[in-house]
Design a protein around this ligand. Structure first.
Ligand code: GDP
Length: 299
């Protein structure tokens, strides 16, 4: 599957080293668990989550009186599944249209691409989609979004460079009402050099949405680049404070060995990963299926 293919590098990093450890160890001693923790750390599972996972395994091994290292692999997969949650986290929809989805994240994380893919997929479901180009800071961002709008058959609301992003959002919401659109996807700026200004800008955009459409935004998606590993976690903290993140989109899972960061996000942030990016194509945005993900990691 595409997921399994995408996770190739993470799997090589995690599963193959794990397999070697399980095959080479004769005893479940401290050395074994230390090595296991090390393997999780290299796959970017994160210090806290790696330690917790290993501790839980230690207890499991003790409680069930397991002595064979080979048996530990199965338990690890079970623990990982439990950590990610059993349910598939879905996007939230407005009780009556339009649904407003605010998309945030640092430059380069994959916001515009994700919006393009999402617009395309929603369009294919017959939904009328409006894209709001609220990153007015970079002219290129608006141009990129225009290209994606064309590909996806979505409408675009865009102002000149330097315009007030909140005004773009206001216009997009008016337009959604007039045209009876189903979904408004809001692209935002991600310049971390001016962190404070950016967070104020996002808060202002949120306020405009809340004022114009009670109950909205229905979803605030934080786009994180999986290849940045643990940096993704600190970004998650920053953005969730400013924008009230309701879901995470983890992009570029294809071609990174750091896919384990999904576990750290699930365990430490308590924000569900809702979508994953597995490539640059229109169809390369998928729902996050915790069970499949855990299975793809370990098989
Ligand atoms: P933005 O600055 O956050 O809007 O980021 P962009 O959407 O412009 O994406 C930055 C780069 O990452 C582009 O070259 C995208 O093609 C690439 N990209 C985005 N998502 C994915 C993904 O899931 N997989 C891969 N391989 N590349 C991606």
């Amino acid at each position: 599957s595409k997921l399994k293919e995408g996770l190739n590098k993470t799997r090589q990093n995690l599963t193959q080293r794990l397999g070697t450890l399980l095959a080479a160890s004769s005893r479940l001693d401290d050395d074994f668990f230390d090595e296991l923790e090390e393997i999780l750390l290299t796959a970017d599972v994160g210090a806290k989550t790696s330690l917790e996972l290993v501790e839980r395994l230690r207890q499991e091994v003790k409680a069930r009186k397991i002595t064979d290292p080979a048996a530990v692999g199965t338990f690890l997969q079970e623990e990982v599944t439990r950590l990610l949650g059993e349910e598939v986290p879905r996007l939230s929809w407005a009780p009556s249209p339009p649904t407003v989805i605010l998309v945030v994240g640092v430059n380069g994380a994959g916001k515009t691409t994700t919006i393009g893919k999402l617009a395309y997929q929603l369009g294919r479901e017959g939904k009328k989609v409006i894209l709001a180009a609220a990153d007015t800071f970079r002219a290129a961002a608006g141009e990129q979004l225009a290209i994606w709008a064309g590909r996806a058959g979505a409408s675009l609301i865009r102002h000149q460079a330097g315009a007030d992003p909140a005004a773009v959002v206001y216009d997009a919401l008016q337009s959604a009402r007039n045209r009876r659109a189903d979904v408004v996807l809001v692209d935002t700026a991600g310049r971390l050099q001016t962190k404070v200004n950016l967070m104020e800008e996002l808060k202002k955009i949120r306020r405009v949405i809340e004022r114009e459409l009670p109950g909205a935004p229905h979803e605030v998606l934080l786009v994180l680049d999986a290849t940045t590993g643990q940096n993704a976690l600190s970004q998650a903290r920053l953005f969730s404070e400013a924008a009230g993140v309701t879901g995470i989109v983890l992009t570029k899972l294809d071609g990174t060995a750091k896919g384990g960061v999904v576990l750290a996000i699930a365990a430490e942030m308590g924000i569900p990963v809702k979508l994953v990016g597995l490539g640059e194509g229109l169809d390369d945005l998928k729902e996050f299926q915790p069970r499949d993900f855990a299975a793809a990691l370990f098989s």
